[in-house]
Design a protein around this ligand. Sequence first.
Ligand SMILES: NC(=O)c1ccc[n+]([C@@H]2O[C@H](COP(=O)([O-])OP(=O)(O)OC[C@H]3O[C@@H](n4cnc5c(N)ncnc54)[C@H](OP(=O)(O)O)[C@@H]3O)[C@@H](O)[C@H]2O)c1
Length: 323
Amino acid sequence: MTHSRYASSRRAFLAQAGALGIATGIGTGIGTGICGGIGARPAWAASDGVLSRAIPKTGERLPVIGMGTWITFNVGNDTALRAGRAKVLETFFERGGGMVDSSPMYGSSEAVIGHCLGRLADKGSLFSATKVWTPFKWLGVRQMEESERLWGTRRFDLMQVHNLLDWDAHLETLQAWKAEGRIRYTGVTTSHGSRHEEMAEIMTGQPIDFVQFTYNILDREAEDRLLPLAAERGLGVIVNRPFQGGALFDRFAQHPLPGWAAEIDCANWAQLFLKFAVSHPAVTCAIPATSRVDHMRENMGACYGRLPDAAMRARMIRHVESL
Ligand SMILES: NC(=O)c1ccc[n+]([C@@H]2O[C@H](COP(=O)([O-])OP(=O)(O)OC[C@H]3O[C@@H](n4cnc5c(N)ncnc54)[C@H](OP(=O)(O)O)[C@@H]3O)[C@@H](O)[C@H]2O)c1
């Protein structure tokens, strides 16, 4: 895909983006606490045209496509595999990606992210997000400090409580760290449609900035309660498992891409699935994971061009459910 292809549809996209509350171009406020130099970006990778959404609490803009790292970045010390993941991350930044999401639960992923970031001159618009995942408050502090060391950062953009584990204790720490300027945003996560009631209680009662949960073209439970509540409470929404862990490709990729996919600038199934997820008005970004540069190129294509409106979203659902 080329940048010019998207430039040609920019006018149509802008008209639609206005209606959806989406904007092109990444704001300058995306902070990175990551150490290291920033180099020049390739000319074709200019941020103009990148679809972004405002973080509700601050208005800071985030590209609608981020990157997950569960399994895909858990490659240990293997030199060749680490070099391959550095290429994936480089491609992500070149094409305007923003949030990188990880967790101490993801094996060596945080160490591999730190290794890759250390090799990249251009960390693009990195928005660093990880999690705390332990039943002990004191161990949570140690764990977050270890994550800082592994990533090579003095300040994460976002720290989330993974799978709501001991969330009340960890949120106390996160509020204190935010007040001290050690993190910029706080959040909680769940996945696979589980514990939505408890998540809703936290969203209603706690001063958090982001929530993360599963939302994709087949798994749409979040539409009932969590997505409307996030919009009402002014919370950023991060979509995990936008490909249902890859199962959407197993189920649908053998079918031809419908002709109308071109109307929303989708050249492949990956872009169709991602544009479905990020076109919900309450969603801030999706974090698909991949171990492959060619897949990253496909996925980042969803960060450009037109997004589906409500009628097109309904058509997308009808189509996949008919296959
Ligand atoms: N509770 C939580 O906090 C929680 C739970 C689940 C997930 N998450 C976060 O959300 C992220 C995303 O979820 P996920 O990793 O479970 O699943 P996902 O992003 O829905 O799917 C990942 C799978 O899709 C494949 N894939 C990616 N791009 C592709 C493409 N263009 N064409 C074909 N296949 C493609 C990948 O394989 P290849 O490597 O071959 O591309 C991988 O197997 C996680 O990595 C993690 O950061 C958080």
